[in-house]
Design a protein around this ligand. Structure first.
Ligand SMILES: [Zn+2]
Length: 247
């Protein structure tokens, strides 16, 4: 399995690592700061710096899959096309520096944290989520209309309040006893290790608390100016809220 350093520190921009295997289908390292696409959040891009100073461009990051298509504990760095010669020189146990595109990731962290604030403002089940550097969207399972301006104002208030974010964990048994903690209908928290990672926003006043495996900023103030750019009625029972950066 790959040691996923971003889970305990989302602010790590690079790490030293060793190659487990490398070919055009993907590069697996023993540890990484690259977040693999999941929970609606886009995978990281960046570079792997090789000992002789050359760089392998990484276009995207995914979870590994076994022969039956089930997710494994491996993280696969997908090389940008046209690097077969350089990839051919990478051997198991080679030392590399894995460095993410931090500007892009920071946008993902800011948007991702903003989607948690939306969950506070719209306390309805979520049945879809997509977080990219350019926009984020959440689909709420609900029939009532939503007000774009009111949500933008609500987000601005929660950002300005500077609520801290804390990462913790609960046991599978605690989660089973509190099924309402899972607000997402589309993404189930990863089980199997006995504990589930949780995100709490706010200390004196709890803004949001739910299982989440993504990357977040440490304080809501760091989100900056996000606005609701669109509210769509995707179906009779789905309202889609799209977030963008303020101009
Ligand atoms: Zn999250």
């Amino acid at each position: 399995m790959t040691d996923d350093l971003f889970r305990s520190d989302a602010y790590l921009r690079e790490c030293r690592a060793r190659v487990v295997r490398a070919d055009e289908a993907g590069i697996v390292l023993d540890r990484t700061v690259f977040y693999p696409q999941g929970g609606g959040q886009a995978g990281d891009s960046g570079h792997l710096l090789v000992a002789d100073g050359r760089e392998v461009a990484i276009a995207d990051t995914r979870k590994g899959k076994d022969a039956e298509g089930r997710a494994t504990d491996e993280i696969v760095h997908l090389p940008a096309p046209g690097q077969s010669e350089l990839l051919g020189t990478l051997k198991p146990d080679d030392a590399v520096t894995a460095r993410i595109d931090w500007e892009r990731r920071h946008k993902l962290m800011r948007f991702h944290t903003a989607t948690h604030l939306l969950c506070h403002l719209v306390p309805q089940p979520v049945n879809g989520c997509s977080i990219t550097p350019e926009y984020a969207r959440l689909d709420f399972h609900m029939t009532d209309p939503l007000d774009k301006e009111a949500l933008t104002t609500g987000l601005a208030r929660l950002v300005a309040a500077g609520h801290p974010l804390a990462v913790s964990a609960i046991t599978d048994a605690e989660l089973d006893a509190n099924p309402a903690l899972v607000k997402s209908m589309s993404v189930q928290p990863p089980r199997g290790t006995g504990t589930v990672r949780t995100i709490r926003i706010g200390d004196a006043e709890q803004i949001d608390f739910q299982p989440c495996g993504g990357t977040h900023v440490a304080n809501t103030r760091e989100i900056g100016q996000v606005i609701v750019t669109k509210i769509e009625k995707k179906s009779a029972t789905t309202r889609r809220v799209v977030l963008g950066w303020a101009a």
